[in-house]
Design a protein around this ligand. Structure first.
Ligand code: FES
Length: 162
């Protein structure tokens, strides 16, 4: 979000300088800004400027993306930090601790999938009954064919409207 009327600071960065320093495309900065992840301000000539502290926010976003953390979660975390303030070492430590659990869960899931893939290697059946990757934990499939939750008299069937 822009901050119209902010006093010019010589160390503030143009969008091109910011993009080069952050290692991202200008369009990426515009996208992050539109998503409320970073902010800029405008000069009297309507040129976009970034406080160089925004570089740390871009670094956090890039690291999160490399870890597969959705932007919505990144925004949630960046929103906890004061706007316009630098991301401090302790902020980053707190954020990375929160993401650690999620990354551990993803790793566990990927390990399970890898182990199941070993079972499927060279098979190619993609069987609904037997393939653990294609139809994981198909509890309803054991009750028979068809839309089990929609059959009359079945548990969990949606109630009919009057
Ligand atoms: S492809 Fe045959 S069991 Fe998965």
């Amino acid at each position: 979000m822009s901050q119209p009327g902010k006093r010019a600071v010589p160390n503030d960065l143009t969008v091109g300088q910011m993009a080069r320093r952050a290692g991202v495309a200008v369009s990426t900065l515009h996208y992050y800004e539109a998503e409320g992840l970073i902010q800029s301000w405008r000069t009297p000539a309507n040129h976009r400027r970034y406080d160089r502290r925004e570089l740390r926010r871009v670094a956090v976003i890039r690291v999160a993306q490399s870890l597969g953390i959705p932007l919505a979660q990144v925004r949630e975390l960046l929103d906890r930090l004061p706007k316009g303030a630098a991301v401090r070492k302790q902020d980053w430590a707190d954020v990375s601790a929160l993401w650690r659990d999620e990354i551990d869960q993803r790793l566990a899931l990927l390990n399970r999938l890898r182990d199941q893939l070993d079972h499927c290697m060279g098979c190619g059946c993609l069987s609904l009954e037997n393939c653990p990757l294609y139809n994981q934990g198909d509890a309803l499939g054991r009750q028979g064919p068809g839309p089990q939750r929609w059959l009359p008299g079945q548990r969990d069937a949606p109630e009919k409207e009057a």
